[in-house]
Design a protein around this ligand. Structure first.
Ligand SMILES: *Cc1c(COP(=O)(O)O)cnc(C)c1O
Length: 348
């Protein structure tokens, strides 16, 4: 017997646009974005540029396109990008940097997804004819596979300095940068300071149906526009989508503190169950992992939960992911933790 999923904690991408967001979208002034004539998209770009302390910004269909266009601008074929080995750009974008920009990844082994300036210096290639050219350092704020960990401002600042001192560009995958800003009570632009490119996703914790905004210098954004067009990412009346972004930046940022509290609550409620370890030990934002030892497997647990109306993600045989978001209330999260507890107790 299977039942419908009532509580979906598989990802913060599962959020649906609210009635108020849809109203704002329906009444958005629009024009041709490709001709820079969509007033709502232009307003969103200006808003995000300001938020990230950058000169300019461009609306794109997805965060993946923000990463890939950044690499296309920063890299030439034969270049190398330094990033955590569990980063989205390494593991979850179809080897896009290799396939599109002709750049290869130089992965840094770090289970938290966070690394230091010293790791960058150690990964640099000597400028030899036969070596790849080290051209970009890419960081992920927050670290998704690190369990939503927040990079400290000082670590980022040191990294930017090391990158620039060696002629590398610094890129920030800010899919959940606004979660970091709320959790650490630090402006997004403080985290993004000195970066050559940074972006935020609208379709994760901010609750929009579509979109991401990439920011950087005027020259960087002009070059990004060339790739946006070439890849088919130049849009027409995108104001209907940008309006959702403007709505989200007004209404859905501060409230992410509730998602973070709910993730901590879930972690507290399931800590101490047999064969289950919560990671990270200190849940900082809206993501946590459940690691299994002994006989239990993710597959059987995820299946048993789904039969009881709760969905979480299986990352591997021994690792599951829980993500809180604006469509999961505290009561939902409590109920999900209760169901999880019953499932584990029933299986051991
Ligand atoms: C989701 C995600 C992306 C990609 O964003 P999309 O909008 O889904 O293309 C990139 N990086 C991280 C860390 C993500 O979590």
């Amino acid at each position: 017997m299977t039942s419908a999923i009532e509580i979906d904690l598989v990802s913060d991408t599962t959020t649906r646009p609210s009635a108020d967001m849809l109203t704002r979208m329906a009444s958005a002034p629009v024009g041709d974005e490709q001709k820079n004539e969509d007033p709502t998209t232009l307003a969103l770009n200006e808003e995000v540029a300001g938020l990230l302390g950058m000169e300019a910004a461009v609306f794109l269909p997805s965060g993946t396109m923000c990463n890939q266009i950044s690499f296309l601008v920063h890299c030439r074929p034969g270049d190398e990008i330094i990033a955590a080995e569990n980063a989205h750009v390494v593991a979850s974008e179809g080897a896009g940097a290799a396939a599109l920009a002709g750049a290869q990844m130089r992965p840094i082994a770090t289970p938290t997804g966070i690394f230091e300036a010293a790791d960058v210096l150690a990964a640099l290639r000597a400028p030899r004819m036969r070596s790849p050219r080290s051209s970009v350092v890419s960081v992920e704020q927050t670290s998704n596979r690190g369990g939503g960990l927040v990079w400290p401002v000082e670590t980022l600042a040191a990294l930017v300095e090391a990158a620039h001192a060696n002629g590398l560009a610094a890129h920030m995958d800010g899919a959940r940068l606004m979660n970091a800003a709320v959790a650490a009570d630090t402006p997004a632009k403080t985290f993004a300071r000195g970066f050559d490119s940074a972006w935020i996703d609208l379709s994760k914790g901010l609750g929009c149906p579509v979109g991401a905004v990439l920011a950087g210098s005027k020259d960087f954004i002009a070059a990004a526009w060339g790739w946006k067009h070439r890849l088919g990412g130049a849009l027409r009346q995108s104001g209907v989508l940008a309006a959702a972004g403007l709505y989200a930046l007004e209404h859905n940022v501060e409230r992410m503190a509730e998602d973070h509290a709910n993730a901590k609550l879930f972690a507290d409620l399931v800590t101490g169950l047999p064969h289950v370890t919560v990671s990270p030990r200190e849940v900082m934002t809206n993501i946590l992992f459940l690691e299994l030892d002994g006989p239990l497997t993710s597959g059987e647990i995820v299946k048993a939960l789904a039969e009881r109306g709760v969905r979480i993600g299986a990352e591997s045989d021994k690792r599951m992911r829980v993500v809180t978001h604006l469509d999961a209330s505290e009561a939902d999260v409590r109920k999900a933790a209760e169901v999880f507890t019953r499932v584990i107790e029933g299986l051991v």
